[in-house]
Design a protein around this ligand. Structure first.
Ligand SMILES: Cc1cc2nc3c(=O)[nH]c(=O)nc-3n(C[C@H](O)[C@H](O)[C@H](O)COP(=O)(O)O)c2cc1C
Length: 325
């Protein structure tokens, strides 16, 4: 068993957290992750207050274990945030605040509702800002990650954040898909990991089967940092690019972002249609470089159990033997 401070703080058996991914998490995935002793988290980007309530109810029906609910701070609104606080998840997790937002008030309300507060940062200054505002756990997310990311890679970022926010516990995120990444994150000083892309290729993941297949086909070298998905959806994301598969959709607009800015409404309509139809070439597919490590679709619990077993074996056998006599 790998046991860290995060297990005690969040009431979980394994220090592994499912990232709250808008559009790529749903009650069955969250519950499956929580049921096996890790922490499932529901992403709320793109769902309204009523859906937050119904998803939280469905999670509670499927598990008695702790789970989290995630909000993107730059697009948070009172109705949706109230729905989360009313649901009283064990963890309220946040990411991507605008610089003019007061984190302290959001975190205080979560604490008042009995939640632990987790905040994701891609830079040391953002990690410090969240720590100063009262966060309980900081997620250090490297640029290898799927979804919206900063510029710093996990290898330098994680230990920098660990040092900057000590003694707060830190989860490493970005590029972690198996026990090797998990063990490496612990070696960097993290108290656990937060994973996204690996959980998209699971039986319980709500994404279209064709998108899961596209993850298996990706070698990780074919992802790109781009603003194209955000321009197409008409969103201004504070301080981030997205890491996406370099598919036909991205190639169509690369270098022609000016035209996409003009035509984004029609482009977005086509994206929604492609998504519905499982056309993984003509819709953005946000995935991390760790897609290159993923070659099978499995139950979420098996991913967690294998990660734990692999990391234990690496620490016990490979790493301890390196010490020699
Ligand atoms: C499709 C997708 C959507 C995401 N949406 C969110 C989100 O809404 N909120 C958030 O905090 N993180 C979001 N993330 C980031 C994840 O929480 C996590 O940090 C990331 O996936 C970790 O890197 P990995 O994909 O290499 O495991 C998203 C990631 C992906 C791949």
């Amino acid at each position: 068993m790998i046991h860290t401070r995060i297990c005690d703080l969040l009431g979980i058996a394994h220090p592994i957290v499912l990232g709250g991914m808008g559009g790529a998490t749903s009650a069955p995935l969250v519950a499956a992750v929580s049921n096996c002793g890790a922490l499932g988290t529901l992403g709320t980007s793109g769902i309204d207050a009523a859906q937050i309530k119904s998803e939280a109810d469905a999670i509670r029906k499927a598990t008695a274990k702790p789970f989290g609910i995630n909000h993107l701070l730059f697009e948070i609104d009172e109705e949706r945030y109230s729905a989360t606080l009313t649901a009283r998840p064990a963890v309220a997790s946040f990411a991507w605040a605008r610089t003019d937002q007061d984190l302290r008030s959001y975190f205080q309300r979560a604490h008042d509702a009995g939640c632990k507060v987790m905040h994701m940062a891609g830079e040391v200054s953002e990690a410090r800002r969240a720590a100063d505002a009262g966060a309980d756990v900081i997620v250090a997310q490297g640029t290898e990650a799927g979804g919206h990311v900063g510029w710093m890679a996990s290898m330098p970022l994680v230990p920098m954040v660990v040092k900057a926010v000590a003694p707060l516990p830190v989860l490493a995120a970005g590029g972690i898909a198996d026990g090797r990444g998990f063990a490496a994150a612990l070696a960097l000083g993290a108290d656990g990991v937060l994973i996204g892309t690996r959980m998209m290729a699971t039986d319980e993941s709500p994404i279209h089967p064709n998108f899961k297949q596209a993850i298996l086909l990706s070698d990780g070298h074919d992802t790109v940092l781009t603003e194209i998905p955000d321009i197409a959806s008409g969103r201004v994301w504070p301080g981030a690019m997205s890491r996406a598969l370099r598919n036909r959709f991205i190639e169509r607009w690369a270098g022609r972002e000016w035209a996409l800015r003009r035509d984004y409404r029609e482009a977005w309509k086509a994206v929604l249609e492609a998504r519905r139809g499982g056309d993984a070439d003509n819709a953005p597919l946000l995935i991390g470089q760790d897609a290159g490590l993923i070659d099978s679709i499995k139950p979420a619990a098996e991913i967690v159990e294998t990660m734990v077993a692999e990391a234990e074996k690496i620490i016990k056998e490979r790493l301890s033997k390196l010490l020699g006599r």
